[in-house]
Design a protein around this ligand. Structure first.
Ligand SMILES: *Cc1c(COP(=O)(O)O)cnc(C)c1O
Length: 379
């Protein structure tokens, strides 16, 4: 089946008992057992819940995995992922990460894990880091990255990792499975914040891990139950509902983001526009190879720095000043003061996250209203 059909039907068959076309929301913490130790399939809702199981089945199919596990947030998913790396392990990670992921890796460091941050857009850096000893146990990638929209060659990076026996995890939140399926390029685990494009309506917090191999899935099912950061059934239902329109939404996000990027890239007050769909983007060729479109996120740096940023965000009317992304409404974020405030200033600036940087989550409104809003605010 094609994408738009799969998003609506794959794993979302009518309820066999009642015919309900939507998965029921099983608001229950526990389940009556037939005899001591003999359950009908579910025992306790931290361990498993039918609504969550339905979401996990759908997420796994969308990413082409052997199975998926849902969590109460994207960071709960990443923290469960990191549970398998005890003191003495070594993790190599991209240097432009979601700030919460960066914070979690600082926690891992404080527990005795060696964490090296590198620019993974250049495969030579990946080769060098993975050739170093001690052996890297995990390569953690984001592509496109947040907020600089850097692109890493997934096929190339996973091939290098395979040579060294290093596991690869890819945070696929910015692309969504509609645009990019990292497991097909050889990644072992996909990380999602379902808060973003999968949910799609800024009305929930959720996360997921999707696994290429069943053995890893089963290992992590144990961690999921042990860590306990699971989502409630109503949030699982909302993600399932969001998934059904994700094809339509992501297409509209991409179309509008391309318009916004084009507009910003020609504006005299804009120093640089970052969008993988622009020919000028250094990762454009790789993005074209591994993504089906370029996504809904656009970043731009204003020539006037922070003072200008403050003026512009005050004057925007359609774009709401807020963290997060991937919802139907357009949002604008100032990474240096908002999402990436916890990253030390010197490190931030070294990475290119300057105070004049704006990050736009381009929504599905009429594109003309979005560019008019920007034109007015920048005038
Ligand atoms: C939001 C986000 C996360 C964290 O997800 P939460 O649901 O907020 O915990 C991780 N990675 C990326 C790329 C994100 O955008």
């Amino acid at each position: 089946m094609e994408w738009d059909t799969r998003l609506i039907h794959d794993g979302q068959e009518p309820d066999p008992q009642t015919g309900a076309v939507n998965v029921p929301v099983y608001l229950t913490s526990t389940y009556a057992e037939l005899a001591p130790g003999k359950a009908r399939g579910f025992v306790y809702s931290r361990t498993g819940n039918p609504t969550r199981a339905a979401l996990e089945r759908v997420l796994s199919r969308l990413e082409g995995g052997a199975g998926a596990l849902a969590f109460g947030s994207g960071l709960a998913a990443t923290s469960a992922l990191l549970m398998a790396y005890p003191s003495g392990s070594r993790i190599v990670a991209g240097d432009d990460l979601y700030a919460g992921t960066w914070r979690l890796l600082q926690v891992a460091r404080s527990h005795g894990v060696r964490v090296d941050f590198i620019d993974t857009t250049d495969l030579a850096n990946v080769r060098r880091a993975l050739a170093e000893r001690p052996k890297a146990d995990l390569l953690y990638l984001e592509t496109p990255t947040n907020p600089l929209l850097k692109i890493t060659d997934l096929r190339g990076a996973t091939a290098v990792a395979r040579e060294h026996g290093t596991r690869v995890a890819v945070d696929n939140t910015f692309a969504s499975p509609v645009l990019q399926r990292p497991l097909a390029f050889g990644a072992d685990v996909v990380v999602h914040s379902t808060t973003k494009y999968l949910g799609g309506h800024s009305d929930l917090i959720g996360g997921a891990l999707v696994f290429r191999r069943r053995s890893l899935l089963e290992k992590y099912r144990w961690y999921q139950n042990t860590q306990g950061g699971v989502p409630g059934p109503l949030d699982c239902f909302l993600v399932l509902r969001g998934i059904r329109t994700m094809g339509l939404r992501v297409r509209a996000h991409c179309k509008n983001a391309a318009r916004v990027a084009d507009f910003l890239s020609h504006h005299r007050r804009v120093a640089r526009t970052l969008y993988p769909g622009l020919m000028s983007h250094p990762g454009h060729a790789v993005a074209r190879r591994q993504m089906d479109d370029y996504g809904g996120m656009v970043s731009a740096e204003l020539k006037g720095g922070l003072a200008e940023v403050r003026r512009v965000v005050r004057r925007l009317k359609v774009f709401t000043l807020a963290e997060s992304l991937g919802g139907v409404e357009s949002l604008v974020n100032v990474p240096a003061l908002m999402t990436h405030r916890s990253v030390p200033k010197a490190l931030r600036e070294q990475q290119g996250i300057r105070e004049g940087l704006l990050r736009f989550s381009v929504g599905v409104e009429d594109a003309r209203d979005l560019t008019d809003d920007l034109a007015r605010a920048l005038a």
